[in-house]
Ligand binder design. Structure first.
Ligand SMILES: *[C@@H]1O[C@H](CO)[C@@H](O)[C@H](O)[C@H]1NC(C)=O
Ligand SMILES: *[C@@H]1O[C@H](CO)[C@@H](O)[C@H](O)[C@H]1NC(C)=O
Ligand SMILES: *[C@@H]1O[C@H](CO)[C@@H](O)[C@H](O)[C@H]1NC(C)=O
Length: 193
């Protein structure tokens, strides 16, 4: 099976379009991490690397990219996460996991469409951060024929809160991620930081 990734970025998100979202079936990404069964080894082993849950992983990946350019960390918003969760479930149940087509709302939004396999939160964020290569902060411009809006939203200094959700369309083999940002970034004429 092939593996494809597509990203999209929307300045603002119209929450009215989520009204039909309905909870039914599988949603991945924000479920608690399941601990492995107890080991029988009596000897204390060295601490394993800390296993982050999806929330922590989304936050850490965002905040590392922000710190790399001297921008303060985001905080997780339960409201943004549950709104993202409603929208991603709507896209799963009604839209075969296509990108949400929403605009002119109160949140910023980054999305990632992955065909073929599930993508961990850090890999999702790293994909968006790849745009950094094309972004020139000196004059706040993006290289011709490239997009920088996913990255500039992610590091937008005036954005303070983050909430993300992921869902799988089993039949279509698609894994969709949506992150919401508040206040929204990518304000025309402003530099991200
Ligand atoms: C993830 O871990 C944080 C603590 O760092 C906790 O507050 C939060 O409830 C956990 N989230 C899930 C979905 O388990
Ligand atoms: C970024 O833009 C500035 C101002 O136009 C320019 O001097 C600089 O060379 C650019 N940097 C890159 C990496 O293109
Ligand atoms: C920014 O600088 C780059 C590289 O010098 C240049 O190609 C681009 O036209 C400049 N953009 C703006 C908006 O000044």
């Amino acid at each position: 099976m092939g593996f494809f990734l597509k990203s999209t970025q929307l300045d603002h998100v119209l929450l009215g379009l989520m009204a039909l979202a309905f909870c039914n079936g599988l949603v991945l990404g924000l479920a608690p991490v399941i601990s492995p069964p107890n080991t029988t080894t009596p000897v204390p082993a060295p601490d394993p690397p800390k296993k982050l849950n999806a929330t922590e992983e989304f936050l850490e990946a965002h905040n590392e990219a922000r710190a790399a350019v001297g921008v303060g960390p985001l905080e997780w918003s339960q409201k943004l996460a549950s709104d993202a969760n409603r929208l991603v479930r709507y896209q799963r149940d009604k839209k075969e996991c296509k990108f949400a087509e929403v605009s002119n709302g109160e949140y910023g939004a980054n999305q990632l469409w992955a065909g073929g396999l599930a993508v961990m939160p850090r890999a999702v964020v790293n994909r968006w951060v790849e745009e950094k290569e094309y972004y020139n902060h000196t004059n706040n411009s993006c290289a011709p024929d490239h997009m920088c809006g996913l990255y500039t939203q992610l590091v937008w200094k005036k954005t303070l809160e983050l909430g993300c959700a992921q869902a799988t369309c089993v039949k279509e083999h698609v894994f969709l991620t949506i992150c919401f940002y508040y206040p929204p970034g990518n304000v025309a004429g402003e530099s991200p930081y």
